[in-house]
Design a protein around this ligand. Structure first.
Ligand code: PHE
Length: 373
């Protein structure tokens, strides 16, 4: 009798562990839920969770409930890598929805690749991210396009001739985007009169801005994340610089105006979607998101939602839950009707999509134009 009891005690947890796994599909997600770009992670997570709740409300995938484990990378590359290892080895997730920042994806994706666990980044735009390997995907456009978009807008619409650049020199995304902008701006007949650096965490940019002011540019490109961009915008105005500021998707946060106040108004950035769209897929998404979270979804929320839904669709089609089978289905993603546009993943596992130019106006993000690849 004693032996039987002991055996039961040992076996029961195993059994319940099994049952849980059989009825659930476990997906991993890591994101910056804290740190200086926390809105990236918090917004992505809201989009991902909304997609998860929706699919579970309709019975899950193949009769199994989708469960998503989210870990905080604190905005640090090494934490993103550690979270990915933990999700794969301890939580045994079938796939990973990676974070937003390109630098963190570059640290985390090689781990997913080496374990052959599909990795889908919602928003990492640096071209090197998907070059890591055939298990690494993204549902957003890439920076060679995003940089070109702003160079085109700067020369054709704003008619700028002389631009300065202020780049976050330790951020892969910022450096990549700055390089593309510089090349494209010059190709279009413009001149780069200054190209200076800062580092995330800096708070005083006056030395660089004074140098930039002395070159008298008619526009300044600052492809950084919102916290520093907000501070830079303020100091630009304090130094009497009137030239328009331009940036990329890293500006897209309500915190940009909270930090930069009026100084950010009137400036331009490239982005993944516009909340002003009349596309029913977008209006419906915004309505549902507002009802759930009482806020307007930024582009990370929209991309997180699209990334999760594309992964769910691949899981649905996949003959089994092996990394290889899921990967093969992800690679077949074609014309997926996303909130951020129609998504087809190309042979490099990147999405080819149009970008929009947004003008900052407090927390209204004014749609200016769409630029297609
Ligand atoms: N594209 C940025 C990067 O690769 C991240 C980002 C995406 C930021 C979308 C804001 C909105 O680092």
């Amino acid at each position: 009798m004693k032996r039987l009891l002991l055996a039961l005690v040992l076996v029961l947890p195993l059994l319940s562990g099994c049952t849980k796994k059989e009825n659930e599909i476990v997906i991993g997600e890591y994101d910056s839920l804290t740190g200086s770009d926390a809105t990236f992670g918090l917004s992505t997570n809201k989009g991902v969770r909304m997609a998860m709740d929706e699919i579970n409300a309709t019975g899950g995938i193949k009769g199994k409930k989708v469960s998503i484990i989210t870990l905080d990378d604190q905005g640090k590359n090494e934490e993103a890598a550690a979270a990915t290892t933990r999700l794969i080895t301890q939580n045994q997730v079938v796939a990973i929805i990676g974070g937003v920042a390109s630098g963190r994806s570059k640290a985390a994706a090689p781990i997913a690749q080496s374990h052959k666990i599909p990795f889908v980044s919602p928003a990492s735009t640096n071209p090197d991210v998907t070059k890591i390997g055939d298990y690494v995907f993204r549902v957003c456009f890439i920076d060679p396009f995003q940089g070109l978009v702003m160079a085109k807008f700067a020369t054709e619409n704003l008619k700028l001739k002389k631009a300065a650049i202020l780049r976050d020199v330790k951020n892969d995304y910022s450096v990549g985007l700055a390089d593309v902008f510089a090349a494209e701006f010059q190709k279009r007949g413009g001149e780069i009169v200054a190209d200076l650096s800062y580092q995330a965490g800096d708070i005083d940019f006056k030395a660089q801005l004074t140098q930039i002011r002395s070159k008298n540019p008619d526009g300044i490109y600052i492809p950084g994340y919102y916290t520093e961009v907000g501070l830079i915008a303020q100091q630009t105005r304090q130094l009497g610089i009137k030239a328009p500021l331009m940036g990329g998707d890293g500006w897209d946060s309500d915190k940009l105006s909270e930090i930069g106040k009026d100084a950010v108004n009137g400036n331009y950035y490239s982005n993944h979607y516009t909340t002003e769209s009349s596309d029913p897929a977008v209006t419906e998404f915004i309505k549902k998101f507002k009802a759930k979270y009482n806020e307007t979804p930024d582009s990370m929320a929209a991309l997180g939602y699209d990334a999760a839904k594309i992964l769910f669709a691949a899981l649905e089609r996949s003959p089994d839950l092996s990394g290889k089978a899921i990967r093969d289905e992800l690679a077949k993603t074609k014309d997926f009707p996303g909130v951020t546009g129609k998504i087809t993943l190309n042979e490099n596992r990147d999405a080819v999509k149009s970008a929009v130019i947004i003008q900052v106006d407090g927390n209204n993000r004014k749609f200016i134009t769409t630029i297609t690849p």
